[in-house]
Design a binder for this molecule. Structure first.
Ligand code: ATP
Ligand code: MG
Length: 226
């Protein structure tokens, strides 16, 4: 049975105030089910990253509700939002954003240090994820020795470390060639389907859209489902 994991109701976002204010998102509503992988596409400046940041509890909306796992995070204070980020959300960005002075394995352990779970268990979890992503020979490698595709796979493993309900990816294939890009998207899809998660990917890359269940088009701050 599918379960609604995320609901947006009339979410709007305005930056600034008075004469200089701009409304970037206008009454956005949609829902995401467990096991669903959706793509968001739209022109540059249409509000895609802003939307992802609001869903990921990095930014608050100006009005409307964002409900994650039955919790209305729109009413949350900053401290509560940071625990939502840690417990419910896994982020993957355009460039992998790895910490330069940590090895591949430690990039993942950092997340578990923050969430203070069982260290031994997490170490095994990190090793398993990296092995699953074909990186077992890279555990002690630093980011500057990794290829673009390897870095992005580490970023994916890191995003999955805290067992998030929702994976958010902002142009995860932008720095990759088409074969690597396809791999990364298939990996996200596999994670969503096999572990009953949900994912939203912002992308400009038409070649990977077929992997997603639905494509939401955003234009001028509004969603149009084609
Ligand atoms: N902190 C901010 N303050 C003011 N304006 C902002 C802020 N963040 C984003 N904007 C504006 O909001 C609009 C949407 O930005 P956003 O980054 O969400 O677009 P996008 O769809 O992700 O674009 P791209 O495809 O280029 O990444 C842009 O006009 C941008 O200038
Ligand atoms: Mg963007």
């Amino acid at each position: 049975m599918s379960k609604e994991i995320l609901t947006l109701k009339n979410v709007s976002k305005t930056f600034g105030d008075g004469d200089t204010s701009t409304t970037v998102l206008k009454n956005i509503s949609f829902a995401l089910q467990q096991g669903e992988f959706i793509a968001i596409v739209g022109p540059s400046g249409s509000g895609k990253s802003t939307l992802l940041s609001i869903i990921g509890a990095l930014l608050t909306s100006s009005s409307g509700n964002v409900v994650i796992n039955s919790k209305n995070i729109s009413t949350y204070r900053p401290k509560q939002l940071s625990s939502v980020r840690l417990e419910n959300i896994g982020f993957i960005f355009q460039s992998a954003h790895l910490v330069p002075y940590l090895t591949v394995k430690d990039q993942l352990m950092l997340i578990s240090d923050i969430s203070k779970k069982n260290k031994k268990e997490n170490s095994k979890r990190a090793t398993d994820f990296l092995q699953h992503l074909g990186l077992s020979h890279r555990l002690q490698t630093y980011p500057n020795k990794l290829s673009g595709g390897e870095k992005q796979r580490v970023a994916i493993a890191r995003a999955l470390m805290n067992d998030p309900d929702i994976i958010l990816a902002d142009e995860p294939t932008a720095s990759l060639d088409s074969a690597r890009g396809k791999q990364v998207v298939e990996l996200i899809s596999h994670e969503v389907k096999s572990r009953n998660k949900a994912a939203i990917m912002v992308t400009h890359d038409e070649r990977v859209l077929h992997v997603c269940d639905r494509v939401l088009h955003i234009e001028d701050g509004k969603i149009i489902e084609k």
